[in-house]
Design a protein around this ligand. Structure first.
Ligand code: SAM
Length: 286
């Protein structure tokens, strides 16, 4: 009669997530942007496609849904979790995996360069894969962008954020964010994730985007300076590039000359300039 041997289900199987949440009396904390993935097909696809050859860094393991899949594909996983209450839960749910290190730490405060250096020495490559807390999506990504040693970033974000990163010049969602992201990376939307794949279900859909780093020999400081210029170009979105540039340079004559040398029509808006065009203008200023 019946086989009573327990078959272990993945953490992201909805019934298993429910059991874990009940066992520990957990409720998703909105303040930390907690939405747990309850879809093993999605977690596995993320783990397969994030280039997990060496070490993978995860931001916000939650109860371990994605972490578990990453541990199955990668040599090593380092996961940063800010919520203290989740640490004993993760010790339990991930007890079968000895290649995971969970750090109780705010990712935004961590010395990422030091972490990446150490992991790269040990495991050869370091990539990032995460279901990002939506309230800090942009600062987390820009922190990762500052490290040139991470060739691939694969993240789940709200659909509208994904649209902004992937937007092309002249699209309505195209912004400084799009130009900056595309200057450093090839940006690709991998697939869409419906709200029902999460517990609790958010009202908006999400998307998995992948950033593949372009070769560049610029320092983080040089990139930061260029990004400040890009933001200045988009500062007053309805104004022309000439008007924004004039303000940035504090010199109308110079603004006119720079645009002429770069071969850019002074009457267009930043909205219609690709990152290559913005780089050309910046090159003329420098
Ligand atoms: N990875 C889990 C999953 O897919 O089910 C949870 C994802 S949930 C959207 C975001 C996670 O990030 C939560 O576990 C939350 O506590 C954590 N988190 C929020 N802010 C953080 C921060 N600053 N540093 C590290 N983790 C953070």
């Amino acid at each position: 009669m019946g086989n009573h041997q327990e078959v272990k289900r993945y953490i992201s199987v909805p019934s298993r997530t429910k059991e874990i949440l009940e066992k520990y009396g957990l409720r998703a904390k909105k303040g930390y942007g907690q939405n747990f993935l309850v879809d093993p097909v999605i977690t596995e696809r993320c783990a397969q496609q994030c280039h997990p050859e060496g070490a993978v860094i995860e931001i916000g393991p939650g109860i371990g849904s994605l972490t578990e899949m990453l541990a199955r594909y990668a040599q090593h996983v380092t996961a940063f979790e800010i919520d203290e209450a989740l640490i004993p839960v993760l010790e339990d749910t991930l007890s079968d995996y000895d290649n995971v290190e969970v750090r109780l730490e705010d990712f935004l405060q961590t010395d990422l360069d030091a972490v990446v250096k150490e992991l790269k020495e040990k495991y050869g490559t370091v990539t990032v894969c995460a279901n990002l807390p939506y309230y800090i999506t942009t600062p987390v990504l820009f922190k990762i962008f500052e490290n040139a040693e991470i060739p691939y970033i694969t993240v789940m974000v709200q659909k509208e954020v994904g649209d902004r990163f992937a937007a092309r010049a002249n699209d309505s969602e195209y912004s400084a964010l799009s130009a900056e992201g595309q200057y450093l990376y090839e940006v690709e939307k991998l697939f869409q994730v419906p709200g029902r794949s999460f517990n609790p279900s958010p009202s908006v859909d999400s998307v998995i985007i992948q950033f593949t780093r372009h070769e560049t020999d610029e320092t983080a400081e040089e990139i930061r300076e260029f990004f400040a210029f890009v933001r200045a170009c988009f500062k007053q979105r309805r104004k022309t590039i000439y008007n924004n540039l004039r303000e940035y340079l504090g010199d109308p004559q110079k603004a006119r000359e720079v645009l002429e040398r770069a071969g850019i029509d002074p009457s267009v808006r930043a909205q219609s300039l690709r990152h290559e065009d913005l780089r050309k203008i910046y090159g003329e200023i420098k």
